[in-house]
Design a protein. Structure first.
Length: 184
């Protein structure tokens, strides 16, 4: 009978040791990885009908590059019977269902684009249409890098819903337009 009691205590002891080793490993990893993580922005929301322990939710909002402001407010006129966007040389685009830019652009969406005049008109976060040497037709993806090399100015782009950047560097001469509006 005593061996059986010892076996039960031994099982509890082994469980506690495994639990403590796991907790210690987690704590160590968390403190080490937090030293290398980028600071996160967050908002705290108070929840209705809640107690002190669970009364708020913290939502982290990592900053992402957004399209730049290519149209001034003074160029947008919302009237009772129409909307006028006062820009010259705008073009219109529709999209095929590739899912590469989900959820911002999908089949059925339309966009308004402006042809950039200089490299200064294309910034990180902008969505551009360009001719690719790796695919037929125009590609519409977000600019994730702007740089310069021995061949001159370039951008790298990536679909919002894709894991990797598009292959190659896109030169200014390949860019057909910068998306300035998406209409659903």
């Amino acid at each position: 009978m005593r061996e059986h009691d010892f076996g039960g205590k031994r099982s509890v002891f082994v469980f506690l040791v495994i639990f403590l080793v796991g907790w210690l490993a987690h704590t160590t990893y968390s403190s080490l990885s937090s030293n290398y993580a980028e600071p996160k922005q967050f908002e705290v929301y108070e929840l209705e009908n809640s107690n002190k322990l669970t009364g708020s939710a913290v939502v982290y909002n990592a900053e992402k590059s957004s399209p730049n402001d290519h149209i001034k407010e003074s160029q947008i006129h919302v009237l009772k019977d129409k909307v006028i966007i006062d820009v010259k040389d705008a073009s219109w685009a529709r999209f095929t269902d590739t899912n590469s830019m989900d959820p911002i652009i999908d089949a059925g969406s339309n966009s308004i684009e402006l042809k950039p005049k200089t490299t200064e008109d294309v910034k990180i976060g902008d969505i551009i249409s360009y001719n690719s040497e790796f695919a037929d037709g125009l590609i519409i993806h977000r600019v994730v890098e702007v740089g310069e090399d021995s061949s001159g100015w370039f951008v790298r782009v990536k679909g919002d819903n894709l894991a990797k950047e598009d292959p190659g560097k896109i030169r200014f001469s390949q860019i057909e337009g910068v998306v300035v509006g998406v209409i659903y």
